[in-house]
Structure formats: structure tokens, C-alpha cells
Design a protein around this ligand. Structure first.
Ligand code: MG
Length: 391
């Protein structure tokens, strides 16, 4: 079958800048090689009739392992010393199939939106060549030999060329053949070959997502973009609850603040329900039991103890497991005393113990609308959550 549209994927680079001995197009991201991801996009596109990959000499076995078979996929072709030479080898391998159009695409651009293929093919209806490109966002300087700015270019006329680059097949093959024959070997993309041959090249709005993976940092970003294993953050949420009985007395401790009151909270320690709930929330993020397990209420060491000690201990346990507290949130349930006047002091006290910015420490309060034991002022309760990131 002749005619139709072919995709020529250039995977002949030896680039190992992304780290390790494997050329970057064969490096897996989220469990699948970059090349396989790129090739699959073209195989799945309804307007692409055949796909040909140009590989580097010696990569045959690596390629065979990376790519499965597919009705649209032609056997790979071994490329040349430069990108330009590799594309020419690919075009020569397509001569027999004689496609009407060919899209040349970098193997290391696996995030190509399929709509960009459509856009390039649409533009090709009225131009001999069409390439994906993005307007230049940064101002571009030309440097002199001493590394000083010699000139500032007019940004409005500058575009960053991406791939795919779409061409009518016969003129591109002619242009490549003529360039090779003329010894013109320094053309870095196929649009440059077409320009050299005098073909008009249309610009099609590209996509920031269609980035080229060139360095290790790109691989990490690619992994993150695909939600792959190693880049997934380990964020955990713990919750805690506590309640203490009110008995005759003259003050309560709540969230590390002593407040005059008509009764006091009964407990082995200072009975600070807010800090107890928060201590349990932190322990919850590391599945390390609860406050009662670490500080037995029968142990004389903790009689009358400040609950700050318990919170400090839980924060230390979280830190020792590699955790960093992102935020904590405490809700007090009490008919009285009024919490609002003490809220800032409470947040400051907790922030101090946990070494957190007060903006990451929330203290809220509600009455129980006179309902139940809390509503009858028999006790005060607290709820808390803590969010911790690990690694
Ligand atoms: Mg308690």
C-alpha cells in the first residue's frame, strides 16, 4: 500500500546525559521506556498509517526488547553519524512505501499531545512543511567571545522548534538527498533541511507538555508527571481524640495555655486534652501506638506533668522516622471557657513545641450546644489531625 502518512521516530542518539549507560530513549519512566511511550502515541493515531524507528548501530537487541510488534510498525532502520544522516536513512527506508506525507519526531519527546499531530497534518494541506514550535518567552542575548552581551534579539520573531515536523514526503527526501550530496551536514532539524532547499515551512503552535527529555532532572519530572513510583510523595495524616472530666478547681490547661476557670480538668498529668489529642495524631502518622502506651497514667514520673513533654516526644518519634510535619489542626469541644481570647497563645505554644510556622498550626473551638456530657459541662474533649511528609 502506498500513500498515506508515515511517522519517522529518530532514536539514534547515543545521549546518556540523563545518567547511566543506557541511551535515554530506552530509559523507563514509570515502568515503560521513553521510546515505547513515544512510538505508541503514533501507532494509536488514526491518521498515521506506518511508523518507522531509526536506531543507533548496536541498539538492535535493546530496541527489540523495548518495543513490541504492531501491524503499523516497520522493522527499525540503523541511522548514521548525525541526526541529519539518520533521518536520511529513515526516508530511504520509506521509499518503497511511498507515503504522501511524513512526520519526523524525536524519540525523547514522549508527552506529545495527539492534537499536535493533527495540527501539523492540517497545516501540511497548504504548505510543503509544517513544524510544531513555541514562541520564545525569554529574552535572547547574543554573546561575544568574552561572554558579554553583544546583542539582544527581537523576541517577537523567535520561535523554539519542536517536533513533530511534517513534510510532503518526496520534497523532503529530495532536500535531504541534495544536502547530503552537497556535503551540507550540520543541519540540526528537518525544517532546516527544508529551508536550505527553499521549501516554505509553516509554524504550528506547539505545546509546553511536548518537552524533550535531555537530562536526569527531566527524567525525574517525567516520572512525576506520570505519577510513577519513586517520585510519589509519602504524605500521611494522623488523627487523635481525647476527653477529660471537669472537677472542682480554678484553672484548665488547653493547648499548652493555662486559663483561669471555675473548674479544672482531672487527669494524671496536666490533663491538656488539646495536646493529648494532637500527640495521638502525630503518633498516628507513624503508627506508633498512642499516648497512653508511651506515658502510662500509673507512672509517677508523669504525675502533674506538662503535656508539652508528650507532644515533644511524639514530634521526636516522627522526626526519627524521617517525617516533617506539614500542618496540625486541633478542635476543642467545650461549653466554657471561651477559647477565642486564647487562640493565638495556643497556636504560638504548639508552634513552639513543634518548631512550626504558626501558619501551619490551627486551633478551633466549638461548644456542644449544651448537648450530652460536654454540653452539661462534665468534661472537655478535643480532636486533632496532623499531616506529615516522609522522605
Ligand atoms: Mg488525655
Amino acid at each position: 500500500m502506498s500513500g498515506g502518512t508515515a511517522a519517522l521516530i529518530v532514536a539514534a542518539g547515543r545521549g546518556t546525559r540523563a545518567g547511566g549507560p543506557v541511551p535515554k530513549q530506552y530509559v523507563p519512566i514509570a515502568g515503560r521506556s521513553i521510546l515505547d511511550r513515544t512510538v505508541s502515541l503514533f501507532l494509536a493515531h488514526p491518521r498515521i498509517d506506518r511508523v518507522l524507528v531509526v536506531i543507533a548501530p548496536g541498539d538492535e537487541a535493546t530496541y527489540a526488547k523495548a518495543i513490541g510488534s504492531h501491524a503499523k510498525l516497520m522493522p527499525p532502520v540503523v541511522g548514521g553519524a548525525t541526526r541529519q544522516a539518520s533521518v536520511l536513512q529513515g526516508l530511504l527506508a520509506l521509499v518503497e512505501a511511498a507515503p504522501d506525507a511524513v512526520l519526523v519526531h524525536d524519540a525523547v519527546r514522549p508527552f506529545l499531545p495527539s492534537t499536535l499531530i493533527d495540527g501539523c497534518l492540517k497545516a501540511l494541506e497548504t504548505a510543503p512543511a509544517a513544524i510544531a514550535a513555541l514562541p520564545m518567552a525569554d529574552t535572547v542575548k547574543v554573546a561575544d567571545a568574552e561572554g558579554r552581551v553583544a546583542e539582544t534579539l527581537d523576541r517577537s520573531r523567535l520561535w523554539r522548534a519542536q517536533t513533530p515536523q511534517a513534510f510532503r514526503f518526496a520534497p523532503l527526501l529530495d532536500a535531504h538527498t541534495a544536502a547530503a550530496t552537497a556535503g551540507k551536514t550540520d543541519l540540526t532539524d528537518d525544517a532546516a533541511v527544508a529551508e536550505w532547499a527553499g521549501l516554505g515551512v509553516a509554524l504550528v503552535p506547539g505545546s509546553e507538555a511536548n518537552r524533550k527529555i535531555t537530562i536526569a532532572e527531566d527524567l525525574v519530572m517525567a516520572e512525576e508527571a506520570l505519577g510513577g513510583g519513586r517520585a510519589t510523595p509519602d504524605i500521611r495524616v494522623g488523627q487523635g481524640y481525647d476527653i477529660h472530666r471537669l472537677v472542682p478547681g480554678d484553672h484548665v490547661w488547653l493547648c499548652g495555655v493555662q486559663i483561669s476557670h471555675t473548674s479544672t480538668l482531672d487527669g494524671h498529668s496536666d490533663a491538656d486534652v488539646g495536646l493529648h489529642a494532637l500527640t495521638d495524631a502525630l503518633l498516628g502518622t507513624i503508627a506508633d501506638g498512642d499516648i497512653g502506651e508511651h506515658f502510662r497514667n500509673t507512672d509517677p514520673r508523669w504525675r502533674g506533668a506538662r503535656s508539652q513533654l508528650f507532644l515533644e516526644d511524639a514530634a521526636r518519634r516522627v522526626r526519627e522516622r524521617g517525617g516533617r510535619i506539614l500542618n496540625v489542626d486541633v478542635t476543642l469541644l467545650a461549653e466554657a471557657p471561651k477559647i477565642s481570647a486564647h487562640r493565638t497563645a495556643m497556636r504560638t505554644a504548639i508552634a513552639g513545641v513543634l518548631a512550626l510556622d504558626p501558619g501551619r498550626v490551627s486551633v478551633k473551638a466549638t461548644t456542644n450546644e449544651t448537648l450530652g456530657s460536654i454540653g452539661r459541662r462534665e468534661g472537655i474533649a478535643a480532636l486533632a489531625t496532623a499531616t506529615v511528609i516522609f522522605g
